[in-house]
Design a protein around this ligand. Structure first.
Ligand SMILES: [Ca+2]
Ligand SMILES: [Ca+2]
Ligand SMILES: [Ca+2]
Length: 375
């Protein structure tokens, strides 16, 4: 299922982030059955603490065989501000049509994704770059025999074919991948290995190279000219002491040229959460609602005890924003004309302005300048 999220009530960046409400969720359904799917309804459930479904039910237009369609109205959900940035939010959707009911699971991440970044990139043009070799025979070296990015690559056997009973490697330094997720390995490989008998492995270590996981990230056999590889290395996500190595292992007869590796990058997908909730509406203190006062009038209000911190206020007199404070100042004194007026205040922060406080009224006494004369 393909998902799409819209956050027009939040910061409108297309990503669901902690604190955002009114998040709109669309789920595409694909009809892989034998007949047109009709009378489609669906209900979504959140499995993640702090993620609340506000509108759980939706419907779909009929979907023909081989077609897909999205819900006609969005599911709505909210993410509590306490949900950690980057949390995987798990959902289930139960879909019913005229024939079947089935359940499906999907996940969204509570964050805004940033462009993928390299942890390292090695084009083998700048020397060993901390990569080290070992094994028997210890023959891995940088070569100019073949390359993807001219003019160098790493190879197991620069002198020609590898030997029988080879077990040797080149490895990277250790990297701290704490806090990194969706780790990927990209590179260019070229190899000639006896089919079914001699193998090259891309292996990983989670303890800085003390031991290597018995399940490689990639296993290579046979022959290939230069080709790009893109390997899901999410087993390395958030690991603090990661190393990678290329290892060649041959059996007791028949040898080939071996493997070349070039332009190797380890990368991850950074993320951030930029949505800041608005402050809650302030409360008014004085002049009390419905009272008579003299001009100049001193107004006082106070922030709500809840919600995001307040950075400023907008003071409204007779529905006009007459004063804007860029600091959390909670009083002002103004000359006000006689008779009836209304006032309210909004609290502000970098995300914008809160809902207004209640609107209060007051009346200003007319100043009397009567020509009294004492007799
Ligand atoms: Ca957002
Ligand atoms: Ca190169
Ligand atoms: Ca062999």
């Amino acid at each position: 299922m393909d998902t799409a999220v819209f956050d027009p009530s939040g910061n409108n960046n297309g990503f669901p982030e902690p604190g955002e409400q009114g998040l709109q969720l669309f789920e595409a359904l694909y009809n892989q059955g034998a007949i047109t799917s009709t009378q489609i309804t669906a209900r979504v459930t959140s499995l993640t603490t702090g993620v609340t479904i506000d509108t759980a039910d939706t419907a779909y237009a009929d979907i023909a065989v081989g077609d897909s369609g999205s819900n006609t109205t969005p599911y709505l959900f909210s993410i509590e501000p306490s949900v950690a940035c980057g949390t995987d939010m798990n959902f289930t959707a139960v879909v019913t049509d005229s024939v079947n009911t089935y359940s499906t699971a999907f996940a969204l991440n509570a964050s805004a994704l940033l462009p993928r970044q390299d942890i390292f990139f090695n084009d083998m043009e700048g020397g060993a770059a901390g990569w080290t070799t070992g094994g028997n025979p210890n023959s891995w070296a940088i070569t100019t025999n073949a390359s993807h990015s001219p003019t160098h690559s790493w190879t197991d056997s620069p002198a020609g074919n590898y030997q029988d009973n080879t077990n040797n490697w080149v490895r990277t330094p250790a990297y701290d991948l704490s806090g990194m997720r969706r780790v990927e390995l990209d590179g260019w490989f070229k190899y000639a290995l006896e089919t079914g008998y001699d193998y090259a492995y891309l292996e990983y270590s989670l303890n800085g190279g003390n031991s290597w996981n018995p399940t490689p990230l990639a296993t290579l056999n046979g022959s290939q000219d230069w080709y790009a590889v893109n390997i899901d290395a999410s087993v390395l996500d958030n690991q603090s002491n990661v190393a990678l190595r290329f290892r060649l292992q041959s059996d007791g007869s028949v040898v080939f040229d071996g493997i070349y590796v070039d332009d190797v990058a380890l990368s991850y997908e950074p993320f951030e959460c930029t949505y800041a909730p608005l402050p809650d509406a302030p409360t008014l203190v004085s002049p009390a609602d419905g009272t008579w006062v003299s001009s100049p009038v001193t107004f006082e209000w106070q922030p709500a005890g809840t919600g995001a911190p307040v950075e400023g206020y907008i003071f409204f007199l007779d529905d006009s924003p007459v004063m804007t404070f860029t600091e959390p100042i909670t009083t002002t004194t103004l000359d006000v004309s006689p008779w009836s007026h209304t006032w309210f205040v909004k609290a502000t922060n970098t995300s914008g302005a809160s809902e207004p406080s209640p609107t209060w009224t007051f009346d200003v006494l007319a100043k009397l300048f009567l020509p009294f004369t004492m007799k």
